[in-house]
Design a protein around this ligand. Sequence first.
Ligand code: MN
Length: 754
Amino acid sequence: MNAAFNSKTEDSPRTSPDVSLEARLEAAARVSAAHFERMLDYLSYLPASDIELVRQAWHYADKAHTNQWRSSGDPYITHPIAVTTICAHWKLDAPALMAALLHDAMEDCGITKEDLADRFGPVVADLVDGLTKLDKLHFNTREESQAESFRKMLLAMAKDVRVILIKLADRTHNMRTMGDMPRSKWGRIASETLEIYAPIAHRLGLNQTYRELQDLSFHYQNPWRYATLEKAITKSRARRHDLVLRVQNEIAAAFDRVNMSVRLAGRESTLYSLYQKMLRHHLTFAQVTDIYGFRIIVPTVTDCYTALGILHQMYKPVPGKFKDHIAIAKSNGYQSLHTMLVGPSGVNIEFQIRTEPMHIVAEAGIAAHWLYKSQGKQESLNTKWLQSLLDIQTETNDATEFWDNVKVDLFPDSIYVFTPKSKIMAMPRGATVVDFAYAIHSNIGHHTVSALINGEPASLRTELKSGDVVQIITDDNATPNPVWLGFVKTGRARSKIRNYLKTAAHSESMVLGETLLTQALREEGIAAIPANDEANQPLWNAVLLKANSPSREDLLTDIGMGRQAAGWVARHFMALLASQGQRPDAVLLSQERFASSSQRSRSTVALDGNSNASVRYAACCRPVPGDAVVAYLGRGDGLHVHNAQCINAKRLQATDSERLVPVEWAEDSSQKLYDSGLSVTIHNQKGVLARVATELSDANVDIRRLEMDDEAAMQTTELRFIVSVHNQQQVEAALRSLRRIPTVVRASRILPLE
Ligand code: MN
């Protein structure tokens, strides 16, 4: 472990409170300069011009944090400098180091993103802004699955991996200096580190940071237990010192004999991982510390396997403990050969064998990308993961795009949004409000009418972004809109909507089919559809066979959809009944054929204003209650209701009268709203349109759409409105008041006549 990593960065003297402010600030400036100078030692990998930029960022941050102090009493600026120093160990580039110096400036000092962009350019400003946004997220639920989502959300929200790295450096320094914080805060901060930040470090392969964060968290969560374990381990190390030395010498000698230059390092587990092992496997301290670890770093990949062979000759391997993580790297890029051997005096020894690049990746993970770049020795790259990182980098040369590409590898392309109760939901990128509604529950999805995103009204097709708080507003009467299928992203929403529409269309069509078949049967002198009971089973079977329908429901649905003619089915019923000796009801026959329409109403289709899969109102004439109407049974798409005067209806009557179905308005049909088309011709004068609109609104008529000719030269203009009304009376009243306007030449329904 690098010594500088371990050193407490906040070691400056505390100023005593009785010193005047001026003297305190002077002292602080000296401390700041001293810390900055010390950090410069780690920046030798940067060109002088970059170091100058970093210095400017420090000056700016130093000024911004003037007279701000850490809990320890240190000038606040020592914290950003320490965070930057950690970033310098990863050899991050100048913009990242500048952002690290400025990372608390926006939040604490009233500096805006624009200020930073003006001064240091958009890249630095974006990085600092990204960090400030992450700071606003607080994790406060105990649920394990939520922790996982929160981690992913943090990663997904950061547009640039440098933001995550600086954030981890920030958290690392805060954990190192937590002793200065009030004890009451230790528990919360430590568990947040353990649940969120340590796993993120692990996911990105920053194993050294991962171990340090875990150990520090353990230290502050369980100070007493930590101290006990620490004492015990120091003792046991002293006891086993000779043994470790002996193994070390034997290995060194063995590799010397084959002329392989290896680097050998002892590997010590952190107290946290020892403690976890004891808990998980119910082991005693002696049992867990009885395992020793060595790390062997060799020149080439082939040497890894050679080294393995040498070790297996020296000591007996423990069966089942060999793992080849070189051939199959871990998802965070980690590569090594692992084996366990029985060493001198029967002590188990774990070995990790790897090359130098593998070692860098194993310790620094994604930061290896910068570490490697700074060394400028690409030819020795032999880890695939690192190579792929560098490939992406050379292909894109854009940090944002680079991170986007890496993210795809790290986790599925997801976004993370909140319910109003702060539950985190993972959604695929591009998911909309409707997808979210269905993800909560299909009943919510089916009844969604609108939504608030972060408290603002948003359309249902709005794509969600990570961090959005989404509230769905439902209405029990609302149903899924087929339009949704055009924009939903998730398979779940799609299949739920489809299924709903299919079922709804099916049952609506079946009801219509029943009415139509009853109508047709009555015209043949049969009062009702034969019951679906045992006695009628042979009759139904014969009809279904003839109609090639699998079931009674299917037959009725087909009739309702217009795929099967009701008259044809009725005639088959009649023929079958006649062959059984049944005769048509003569009274019914004459009634049906000669009675007035009001007496037939029992078998006509009632229009209740619900436009659905089996009934739709024709867009050419837009009938409303009160209009005389006719209905045409389309082929496979249900009833089309036309105004009786409509030219299209008349044509259908002439050519396809078989498919006309008697319909009438239901008694309560005026309670619904209907679209109606109005044509209003006006003299071109200022304010006419406004006058027309006012008149319509006074008549309680809502305008849903307006079209007009764009010919300013003409004396008159035709306005075409689609309005929303309850019935014919209301339309006529509105037209009357429009005609009273002097500048209105003509006002009428839009109705294609001859
Ligand atoms: Mn900070």
